[in-house]
Design a protein around this ligand. Structure first.
Ligand code: SF4
Length: 377
């Protein structure tokens, strides 16, 4: 794989093609609603966005079409086809609703779609539907998974870690392991949008979850990645330095970043009206693709440049030996303090401490949480 210089180009471009969605998920950063915004980028503007993504040069970034629910756009196959023909690899994150039919997936595959990522936030219908706040979402998600597998498209499952989902994490790992997955993407809550009302786990619990995921990655045939928890890399480095006995990572790694991707650093987000932000969880608009300046914004904007500078970080992240390879979640720092360069409060690491093996095994059994299915929604 060619090396990507994150100063010049992101590894991932995420485009929120719409904010419309029929679900009302408790953690939704987008505060998605069941109607489209008339200000969304048009099909033609979408094509021009794809042209700008291509302007980053080779190797081209991966393009992820997200929402809201991207299935609300009737021109989705056209957008996928245009991007694929331009040389981009395109992935899709549809919501778990009946809008995702086998026929539409077939059209998208024919247009060149490379991967489908669905969200599963509970190991059974009760827990998942309570999180998504729509009955039947679990059943719809399983139908989508079935079609994706049947069509031979690579499958990714996204799951959220929060106080609410933590008690079922081990069951979730077993459930996703029943599918022929390419990647399990585990998202660590950022308290923004509707997610602001969800309770966060503690930094100590996060450390145990990261240890659990690292152990799991050596036993399962799929890749595991964390989103908004770059300290996963720090934990893996610590374990290596401590000489803890570890097997090889078994999971397939297609479409994986060559090194840690962080907000604005290997990663750029374009919202539904074209605003260019370092992440969907870090809503600092630094430009707009309607001005045709996606590449310049990513490369030259002051905030983007500072987000790629480990010496711009504050607090523990600023003093940390791992700041270049980790850097902490900038989105979480912003959500917690209003300062995107503050320390990541979900990291338990104390810079300069003696490197020692990190306790691992099972995710923690939280004392305060009842099972999700018994909690009010
Ligand atoms: S202190 Fe910050 S940079 Fe260091 S490991 Fe934790 S999150 Fe990463």
């Amino acid at each position: 794989m060619a090396v990507v210089d994150f100063e010049r180009a992101p590894f991932l471009v995420i485009w929120e093609v719409t904010r419309a969605c029929a679900l009302a998920c408790v953690h939704c950063r987008a505060d998605a609603v069941a109607r489209r915004d008339p200000r969304e980028l048009t099909t033609e503007e979408g094509f021009r966005l794809v042209d700008q993504v291509c302007s980053f040069g080779a190797p081209p970034p991966l393009l992820v079409l997200t929402g809201g629910d991207p299935m609300w756009r009737k021109d989705l196959a056209e957008l996928v086809g245009y991007a694929t023909a331009a040389g981009l690899t395109v992935a899709l994150t549809p919501s778990g609703t009946a809008m995702v039919t086998r026929k539409r997936l077939e059209e998208l595959k024919a247009a060149g779609l490379s991967r489908v990522a669905v969200s599963l936030d509970g190991p059974d219908p009760e827990s998942h539907d309570a999180f998504r706040r729509v009955k039947g979402s679990y059943a719809n998600t399983l139908k989508i998974i079935e079609s994706v597998i049947d069509l031979g498209l690579p499958l990714q499952v996204n799951s959220t870690v929060s106080r609410r989902t933590l008690p079922r994490l081990r069951e979730m790992a077993a459930r996703v392991g029943e599918f022929p997955l390419t990647l399990w993407a585990v998202f660590f809550l950022v308290q923004t949008g509707r997610g602001a009302s969800l309770e966060q786990i503690t930094a100590a619990e996060c450390e145990q979850v990261l240890g659990f995921l690292d152990d799991l990655s050596r036993r399962v045939p799929f890749g595991i990645k964390t989103t908004e928890a770059p300290h996963y890399r720090r934990l893996q480095s610590e374990r290596e330095q401590a000489g803890a006995p570890r097997g090889p990572v078994l999971g397939r790694r297609q479409l994986r970043a060559p090194r840690a991707v962080n907000d604005g650093n290997g990663f750029v987000f374009v919202d539904h009206v074209g605003n260019v932000c370092p992440s969907g969880f870090l809503p600092m608009a630094r430009g707009n693709v309607r001005e045709g300046r996606l590449v310049e914004t990513y490369r030259d904007d002051l905030v983007f440049r500072q987000l790629r500078d480990p010496d711009a970080l504050g607090g523990r992240c600023g003093r940390c030996e791992f700041r270049a390879s980790c850097g902490g979640s900038r989105s979480r720092a912003f959500a917690a303090t209003g300062d995107p360069f503050a320390e990541d409060p979900l990291c338990a690491y104390e810079p300069g401490r003696e490197i020692r093996p990190v306790a691992a095994g099972a995710p923690p059994a939280p004392a305060r949480s009842a099972p999700l299915s018994s909690r009010p929604t």
